[in-house]
Design a protein around this ligand. Structure first.
Ligand SMILES: C[S@@+](CC[C@H](N)C(=O)[O-])C[C@H]1O[C@@H](n2cnc3c(N)ncnc32)[C@H](O)[C@@H]1O
Length: 348
């Protein structure tokens, strides 16, 4: 066994002070969301230690087709990706367990290219544990993780000493953004890409409603537990008194917005206090708190959209059913100046 001192440790930068009350903006985003007419909680609060573990369980559920479909696409596309980019710095936004990323890492290893991996995630434990395990498994890999939100991370990236930069955003996490946040996200991504650098996007495509709704209403109730855990997370972080038994999970497809919506339904009239935010809210029986949207895209819409952002299509990979797509694009740094950028990001 190697002596402990010789075990490589990843570099991890904590872009947020873990002793502070909230990882993003001290909970102002919670106050803002819970005082809207349609109450909302920002979806990053789904991911504390337990939330990230539950998400991993969701990825393996029979109803949850996105992970296994994206994995199958990566199995064939990762070796091609390595050939296209060569030596590169791989920045993964919302990296989670980096499980699918292993397919990419292995493809670069096999092709003999250098890879500097920069996982970014707001969920501390899953990022640090995965970074350590990747270093153990892949001696050729450099790992420099960033704990924090996407926008803070993009402002604090380590320098790139390799030929190109590849930013990847897998798991259809893009679908969690409304159109305004999407515009803001790409505006920020473009600030770190030079012309010729790459952006790889994994997205869920439109498909029949029963398949979509089943994926967010699994028979074992793991998605329900994941959704309800957001309240437990707020209780812990903000000294709240949400009683989880007073809420029920709800997920449905909204065809007008082409999005799955995840809500928590209040089972009765109730009052909830979040002490550290000095916030008291009241909920009527049947009223809901929206916790996540998951937009389902058409491939053509996305390609046109990315082009407008200054990302020209390089290669598109899909599965046989066209349920999921992996889009490799290249920065041209000519985004449409007319794009709406009114989204107000936390910490800006
Ligand atoms: C849908 S999961 C996807 C995980 C992984 N990329 C995959 O494809 O399986 C979203 C990931 O993004 C992280 N995340 C969510 N909001 C974030 C934010 N605002 N900034 C940074 N990470 C975030 C979560 O902690 C979680 O690991």
């Amino acid at each position: 066994m190697a002596p402990i001192s010789s075990i490589r440790q990843p570099i991890i930068d904590y872009l947020v002070d873990p002793s502070k009350v909230a990882p993003i903006d001290q909970g102002q985003d919670v106050i803002q969301g819970l005082t809207l007419q349609q109450k909302t909680i920002p979806p990053h609060y789904l991911y504390d230690r337990l939330g990230s573990q539950l998400f991993e369980e969701i990825c393996g559920l029979p109803e949850y087709y996105p992970t296994r479909t994206e994995t199958s696409i990566l199995q064939t596309s990762a070796p091609k990706l390595a050939q296209i980019t060569g030596n590169c710095q791989l920045i993964e936004l919302g990296s989670g367990s980096s499980t699918k990323t292993r397919l990419i890492i292995e493809a670069y290893q096999k092709a003999g290219y250098s890879l500097a991996y920069v996982p970014v995630d707001v969920s501390t434990n899953i990022l640090t544990e995965s970074a350590q395990s990747l270093l153990l498994n892949y001696p050729f890999l450099e790992v420099h993780g960033l704990v924090g939100n996407y926008y803070l991370a993009l402002k604090n990236l380590p320098d790139n000493n390799l030929d190109s930069r590849l930013v990847c955003f897998l798991g259809s996490t893009l679908g969690n953004f409304d159109p305004k946040e999407c515009d803001y996200f790409f505006n920020q991504v473009m600030t770190v890409l030079k012309p010729g650098d790459y952006f790889l996007l994994g997205v869920d495509l439109q498909k029949p409603m029963p398949i979509l709704e089943a994926a967010y209403n699994d028979a074992q109730g793991i998605t329900a537990a994941f959704n309800l855990n957001i309240l437990q997370h707020l209780n812990w972080r903000f000294a709240g008194n949400f009683n989880l038994t007073n809420f029920k999970h709800q997920a449905f497809f909204n065809p007008e917005q082409s999005q799955i919506e995840m809500h928590l339904v209040s089972l009765g009239q109730q009052e909830v206090r979040l002490e550290k935010l000095d916030l008291t809210i009241t909920l009527a029986a049947g009223e809901t708190i929206q916790t996540e949207i998951s937009r389902k895209f058409s491939l053509q819409y996305l390609q046109d959209y990315l082009q407008k952002q200054g990302l020209k299509s390089h290669t598109v990979w899909t599965d046989n059913d066209q349920w999921f797509a992996l889009l490799l694009t290249q920065a041209t740094n000519q985004s449409d100046p007319m794009l709406n950028n009114t989204f107000k990001a936390p910490q800006d």
